[in-house]
Design a binder for this molecule. Structure first.
Ligand code: RP5
Length: 164
């Protein structure tokens, strides 16, 4: 088993619908990864242990998704220098604007790279993690460039329906 390079964590199993889009991208690029629930307010000791072990375990990035108060990405970042990529999960009452503000408004000194609310943010966080890894892996960089090229071709082939 190759060493895990990217950890995908989330505050609840209810976040999986969103966060599975990050895992799908990591699977596409065959990045060794793990996905688990690590709730900041329901499992604070587990959260700190996860963050403390991230660097010694060799994790290169942590993708953390949470909704509402969404303190998971920031608290992980407070306990590790491994880059934390935050994904705001859409909440029931405020549609994830609360999650976005919670994650993006880290005070100076402890950064969390913050992505869009929902599935697009989860996928982009994983693509960003792939790009981080590709900086030191020429073969992965080629695969990422090819993936982007495929996306370009798909966009070029888009057609529009008639008016009306
Ligand atoms: C947060 O509370 C989770 O990240 C989730 O987005 C939200 C709701 O959690 P559940 O009540 O669905 O478990 O901690």
């Amino acid at each position: 088993m190759p060493d895990i390079q990217v950890g995908v964590v989330m505050g609840s199993s209810s976040d999986w619908e969103t966060m599975q889009h990050a895992v799908a991208i990591l699977e596409t690029f065959a990045i060794p990864h793990e996905a688990r629930v690590v709730s900041a307010h329901r499992m604070p000791d587990d959260m700190f242990a996860y963050a403390e072990q991230a660097q010694p375990r060799g994790l290169r990035a942590i993708i953390a998704g949470a909704g509402g108060a969404a303190h998971l990405p920031g608290m992980l970042a407070a306990k590790t220098i491994v880059p934390v990529l935050g994904v705001p999960v859409a909440s029931r009452h405020l549609q994830g604007v609360d999650s976005l503000h919670s994650i993006v408004q880290m005070p100076k000194g402890v950064p969390v790279a913050t992505f869009a609310i929902g599935a697009a943010g989860a996928a982009n966080a994983a693509l960003f993690a792939v790009a981080l890894l590709a900086a030191g892996d020429a073969q992965l960089a080629e695969r990422l460039a090819a993936w982007r090229q495929q996306q370009t071709q798909a966009a070029r082939q888009m057609t529009l329906p008639p008016v009306g």
